[in-house]
Design a protein around this ligand. Structure first.
Ligand SMILES: NC(=O)C1=CN([C@@H]2O[C@H](COP(=O)(O)OP(=O)(O)OC[C@H]3O[C@@H](n4cnc5c(N)ncnc54)[C@H](OP(=O)(O)O)[C@@H]3O)[C@@H](O)[C@H]2O)[C@@H](O)CC1
Ligand SMILES: Nc1ncnc2c1ncn2[C@@H]1O[C@H](COP(=O)(O)OP(=O)(O)O)[C@@H](O)[C@H]1O
Ligand SMILES: [K+]
Length: 477
């Protein structure tokens, strides 16, 4: 499991460690890792032109010490000092001893234009609010160069704890982060600004239960997958009910069933008007022409994909004492008090537009602050919320670490792929996973299926479903 920590938690772990080490030791560890990452990126250090953007805090100190290391290996290093009188004094002295030079932001243009590598040490976890004007102007200049950009700890201008980006921010090719991941490195929009992320361990030990974010990895998912044992039969593996599709959108039913058949439940029961279309594609489906209440027992329901205005189906499903996944039209049709009153788990799977409608805010606001809105929606509905998008999040209503999915690909942004996800997650619910595990395991498998199916080319949602068995085999190793 990869975990990310708040600035507050990182700071207190830093204080605890610093008390045990000689002054400056942590910064040296950070700078050594940073310089090594820069050297790897450059390939050859000797003769390269490196520009350091240096703010007045320790983030600038890291950049200065790393710059000194690169200068000692023959790079031409220029430090742009945003606050010349307040730059990290020992770091600056080290750079100058190594042969580096300094310029003011006003004189930095030529050096930035010619640079092979720019190191962003403007601010790290100490950044407050949007970047100040002088820093923002420098960031704009860097955006116009072809130099590789390495962010120190975090891209300057992103909000470390939330992943929000409210103004100018550095767009890095690589972010070298120290001691602990911060939420901004895992949640969009900030994650995109970070580029690839390299972790440098400096001995920090944040408390195991103090994470604000978790990202599952292969081993975690493998351990959660419902694999049948010798004693299993189809009912013990779980039956998932799918109430989806309409005369207008029969395909949504087919795709939700396609996902459900690959999620580990022993059987899929379909209710709704698209029975013939579902059976034509998946003859193994148990199709009922009654409503959910009379369709027979299931261990979890999926309701909503392509369902149009079938409010009765949503009401009946919400009254069932089994886990329920609400998607698409089901989200719109669900009565909030009915969801809040449920005792069995509820998993809601909105995209940003649907979450915005439920919260009464603009879609852009949800996209700009994904973490806050996923948590807010979970609290308002007392339900687990899976907020879809480039970095899918799964938030539980009682707080705790939010799961962030690391496997997504923009190729998944194709009509119907959300229907596959809902069937898949519903099937995992029926197999007995908690809402948070079912949502995050489904997002993980679905993201990988998008990658496997696409391999760099456009895919349809059915291709994503078809790739799921291969993804299971890959994850189970
Ligand atoms: N955690 C660890 O274990 C380790 C942490 N390490 C490193 O320390 C970093 C944290 O250093 P930090 O605490 O000195 O804060 P930092 O990020 O440099 O920012 C503060 C400076 O930025 C300025 N400033 C603030 N807001 C601004 C804005 N909007 N726009 C412009 N400027 C703004 C603010 O200015 P002031 O308000 O004082 O005028 C102040 O000077 C951390 O990210 C990592 O790189 C490693 O060395 C070793 C181990
Ligand atoms: N930019 C993106 N990067 C990664 N995944 C994405 C991106 N955009 C959408 N997705 C994923 O694609 C799926 C789309 O689902 P949804 O919006 O419900 O579409 P539909 O209703 O057509 O099925 C979701 O799993 C979502 O997380
Ligand atoms: K930075």
């Amino acid at each position: 499991m990869r975990t990310a920590y708040s600035v507050e938690t990182v700071r207190s772990a830093e204080r605890a460690l610093m008390a045990l080490l000689p002054e400056g030791a942590l910064m040296q560890r950070a700078a050594a890792g940073l310089a090594a990452a820069c050297a790897d990126l450059l390939g050859r250090v000797y003769g390269r032109r490196v520009v350091l953007l240096v703010g007045s805090g320790d983030n600038g100190g890291d950049a200065l010490y790393a710059g000194a290391r690169l200068a000692r290996r023959g790079a031409g290093v220029t430090a742009v000092l945003l606050a010349p009188g307040r730059a990290h004094a020992e770091g600056l002295a080290a750079l100058l001893r190594a042969g580096g030079r300094t310029v003011t932001p006003g004189d930095a243009g030529p050096a930035i234009r010619r640079a092979d590598l720019v190191l962003d040490g403007i601010v790290g976890i100490g950044g407050k609010g949007g970047l100040r004007e002088d820093a923002a102007a420098l960031v704009e200049r860097v955006a116009a160069t072809r130099a590789a950009v390495v962010a120190v700890d975090l891209p300057s201008g992103v909000e470390a704890d939330t992943g929000e980006v409210r103004g100018a921010a550095v767009r890095a090719d690589l972010t070298v982060t120290f001691g602990a991941h911060k939420p901004a490195l895992l949640v969009d929009p900030a994650r995109e600004y970070a580029g690839s992320v390299r972790f440098v361990g400096i001995g920090l030990e944040p408390p195991a239960d103090g994470a604000v974010l978790e990202a599952l990895q292969h081993g975690d998912v493998a351990a959660l997958l419902p694999v049948p044992g010798a004693e299993s039969d189809k009912y013990r593996r779980g039956v998932v009910g799918v109430a989806a599709g309409s005369a207008r959108y029969p395909g949504a039913a087919v795709l939700a069933v396609a996902g459900a058949l690959r999620g580990g439940a022993g059987a899929v029961r379909y209710v709704g008007p698209a029975g013939p279309a579902v059976l034509a594609r998946f003859p193994e489906t148990l199709v009922s022409d009654r409503g959910p209440r009379e369709a027979g027992r299931v261990q979890a329901w999926v309701v909503g994909p392509g369902a149009g205005d079938d409010a009765a189906a949503v009401t009946e499903v919400l009254a069932a004492d089994v886990p329920v996944l609400l998607d698409a039209d089901g989200l719109r049709l669900a009565d909030r008090d009915a969801v809040r009153a449920r005792t069995a788990p509820t998993l809601m799977t909105p995209h940003a537009g649907e979450a915005a409608a439920l919260l009464g805010v603009a879609r852009e606001e949800v996209e700009a602050a994904r973490l806050a809105h996923a948590r807010e929606l979970a609290a308002r509905y007392r339900a687990t919320v899976l907020l879809k998008g480039s970095t899918t999040l799964v938030a539980d209503p009682d707080g705790g670490p939010v799961r962030v999915n690391p496997t997504g690909t923009p190729w998944l942004a194709t009509a119907g792929s959300g229907d596959v996800l809902s069937g898949l997650a519903g099937s995992l619910l029926a197999a007995g996973l908690t809402a948070r595990d079912a949502g995050s395991v489904a997002a993980y498998l679905h993201g990988l299926a998008g990658r496997f199916a696409s391999d760099g080319a456009p895919v349809g949602a059915h291709d994503v479903a078809d790739a799921l068995p291969e993804v299971w085999r890959d994850v189970r190793g």
